[in-house]
Design a protein around this ligand. Structure first.
Ligand SMILES: C[S@@+](CC[C@H](N)C(=O)[O-])C[C@H]1O[C@@H](n2cnc3c(N)ncnc32)[C@H](O)[C@@H]1O
Length: 222
């Protein structure tokens, strides 16, 4: 297992669409593509969609195939997991997909203001004991608002009722956020086929145990 992990870390260094920087590099030289993803990496003016806590990158890859005229970037701290998505994107010559290995806390080092068009948060750790570490806490939403265009959509898909309730009832206050849709049982809904179409590694495991999947789609107003 460890050998496999080390092998994946080594391979990650050679993928031209996998980015990782030390914290020191971010603070000193900064990240080259910040503000230049479209002009210097994707070579197009298409929208940029992020998948946060992407794991193996099922959304990044799945949406990348479905929407060739959009660009997708998966972020996670676990390089061995992201290797899977990155390897697939290379094997399939996908030019609209990239991955960044980083703590999401550092996201504003990688993107400039208004550079991002949409965010998917797929099955994040619910962080029941550490609310400040939840990827939908006010602290993280404030970071996302620094890089998102106004009126951009954020999607949260989670098996955690606690995270769903917390996000919906404690964070997404109507003065600051517009909740477009929410459900505590996505697969009981007739519509929203697109949200069900791509299933992540964790989602498949939770579905197999009969756990309902919850979903919230919202916008940051201010
Ligand atoms: C439960 S897994 C879900 C992975 C994938 N989205 C899925 O649904 O299969 C949560 C992922 O979020 C990542 N993660 C959690 N907090 C993070 C953070 N602050 N920065 C970067 N990655 C984070 C973890 O490394 C892990 O891969």
């Amino acid at each position: 297992m460890v050998k496999n992990k080390l092998q994946r870390f080594a391979e990650n260094k050679f993928f031209n669409n996998m980015f990782q920087c030390t914290y020191n590099d971010l603070l000193t030289t900064g990240f080259d593509l910040k503000g230049k993803w479209r002009s210097e990496f994707f070579n197009n003016e298409n929208p940029i969609v992020l998948e946060l806590g992407c794991g193996k990158g099922e959304y990044t890859i799945g949406l990348g195939k479905k929407y060739p005229y959009k660009n997708f970037i998966g972020l996670d701290i676990k390089g061995a997991r992201m290797w899977r998505g990155c390897k697939t994107s290379n094997e399939e010559n996908m030019t609209n997909v990239a991955f960044i290995r980083t703590h999401i806390q550092l996201i504003e080092h990688f993107f400039a203001a208004n550079e991002v068009d949409e965010i998917w948060i797929t099955f994040p750790d619910p962080q029941l004991k550490k609310p400040n570490k939840r990827l939908t806490s006010p602290r993280f939403l404030a970071l996302y608002s620094k890089i998102l265009k106004p009126e951009s959509i954020i999607h949260l898909k989670t098996d955690s009722n606690d995270l769903y309730d917390y996000t919906l009832n404690e964070v997404l206050l109507p003065q600051k956020y517009n909740v477009i849709f929410h459900t505590n049982d996505l697969y009981a809904e007739k519509d929203y086929l697109e949200v069900k179409e791509i299933q992540t590694f964790y989602e498949i495991m939770y579905l197999a145990t009969g756990k309902p999947i919850t979903y919230i789609e919202f916008k940051i107003i201010i």
